[in-house]
Design a protein around this ligand. Structure first.
Ligand code: RNT
Ligand code: ZN
Length: 424
């Protein structure tokens, strides 16, 4: 997108002014922007088509997650999804990753989840190479007849359990192939919906089975430079309100004892419980972290990520704790009630913008003030910093990255809606 010379000039002028203000606190803004450019966000492909996927098209979304809204224009095939992602990425500064689910296989073959192979994702890999993107992956343990009763890897029937184990093993091989082809690790995230609607008698046995299934899946050695495994917990889902097998404590123990990454999804805890407060504890003991940046509204509703307090707090934790090099930042929201491209752009730009804001804080100074016990100054400074001109830095970052400044990206999205989405 072209910025006219006049506005470029004023963006530069505002940037220079803002830079001076931050410099007073010892913050080198140019350096901050270099660090920001190195952060990859993993864009979840499932926002583009309301989590339908391309295998088992006739299957309804299951697993206790739900998309509401029927905004027209969702991607109906891999070509449309890739085109939409290209349009989305053109409106977001930086180089990023795309996060695929197994049901997004790009193949004419009729293939079930347990028989998926790297070749079924070859077109995704070629595209990612062409676009300079990384890829992440997820086995899809839902929206399938073998998940109809709400259990997969912890199912009491060994035949069903083995089907899902085979699918997860296949998924890791696909991830490995992504990592090899793209020269950067693919994060494979394991999330299963398993749980009971009502209070169970036996909470232990399903957890024992889940543990055994995971051990079986991970028994195949895969080099960490190609594939990194992560496990995602949950408190409840629709239809698993009373008990979820893969709870927070289950996966904390599992990941720690097996050297896996933990995935914290912002929507998977009690309504007033935040994930920002968990990161420093996990990373003190565990090695790597995967985030599912999301926004729960009263439940795990997966609303588009906004610049709210929790997003900022997550970003601050990552920056202040110097956790960025051990953290994989993925997004996980799906709002079917608004333009699909706009949802991606808003959520991703906000996530990057929150990281920028966190990087523009005088962290050492604030830490010292806290150590000195001067909580008055701590509060005063943090509150004043909120109205420092980070917007001028953000605009400059967008302009110099060749993406639209401020809300002008919306014109591109509206045009794309007229030219492409409305014709679907
Ligand atoms: C579900 C989990 C999971 C899914 C995706 C589609 O509650 O958050 O990450 O949203 O795998
Ligand atoms: Zn998630």
């Amino acid at each position: 997108m072209e910025q006219n010379t006049e506005s470029l000039k004023s963006i530069q002028t505002s940037y220079n002014e803002a830079k001076k203000l931050y410099a007073q606190h010892g913050i080198d803004v140019d350096k901050v922007l270099e660090q920001l450019a190195a952060i990859k966000i993993s864009l979840h492909c499932w926002q583009g088509d309301d989590v339908k996927g391309f295998l088992n098209k006739e299957k309804e979304l299951s697993g206790g997650i739900a998309v509401t809204g029927s905004y027209p224009g969702r991607a109906r095939n891999p070509e449309e999804l890739r085109r939409d992602l290209e349009q989305t990425l053109a409106l977001i500064p930086g180089r990023h990753k795309v996060n695929l689910h197994a049901i997004y296989a790009d193949t004419e073959e009729t293939v079930d989840l347990d028989a998926l192979e790297p070749k079924h994702f070859e077109r995704w890999v070629n595209w990612a190479k062409e676009q300079g993107l990384g890829l992440d992956f997820n086995p899809t343990c839902f929206s399938h007849e073998k998940a109809n009763d709400g259990f997969t890897l912890s199912h009491s029937d060994p035949e069903i359990r083995n089907f899902w184990i085979a699918h997860c093993k296949a998924s890791r091989r696909i991830s490995e192939s992504f990592g090899q082809a793209l020269g950067q690790p693919c994060v494979t995230n394991f999330w299963v919906p398993d749980g009971y609607k009502d209070t169970p008698i036996d909470r232990l046995s399903p957890r024992v089975r889940l543990q055994q299934s995971l051990d079986e899946i991970f028994s195949e050695e895969i080099d960490q430079q190609y594939n990194i495994d992560a496990v995602e917990s949950k408190l409840f889902g629709i239809g698993s309100e009373s008990y979820v097998v893969g709870s927070h404590e289950f996966y904390m123990g599992y990941a720690l004892s097996r050297g896996k990454a933990v995935c914290f999804d912002a929507g998977h805890f009690h309504p007033t419980e935040t994930i920002s407060n968990k990161l420093s504890s996990w990373l003190l003991f565990g090695d790597q972290l995967l985030l599912h940046v999301s926004r729960p509204v009263r439940w795990d509703s997966d609303h588009v990520v906004t610049m709210d307090d929790e997003l900022l707090e997550i970003a601050r934790e990552l920056v202040r704790g110097q956790f960025l090099d051990r953290t994989h930042i993925g997004l996980d929201f799906f709002d079917g009630s608004i333009n699909h491209i706009a949802a991606w752009v808003i959520g991703t730009r906000n996530t990057i913008k929150a990281l920028l804001r966190a990087m523009l804080e005088p962290i050492e100074l604030l830490k010292q003030i806290e150590l000195d016990g001067d909580y008055t100054t701590r509060l005063a400074l943090v509150e004043e910093l909120k109205s420092y001109p980070f917007g001028a830095i953000w605009d400059y970052y967008c302009a110099t990255n060749g993406v639209p400044v401020r809300e002008s990206w919306l014109n591109d999205v509206k045009q794309y809606e007229v030219d492409v989405l409305s014709k679907r």
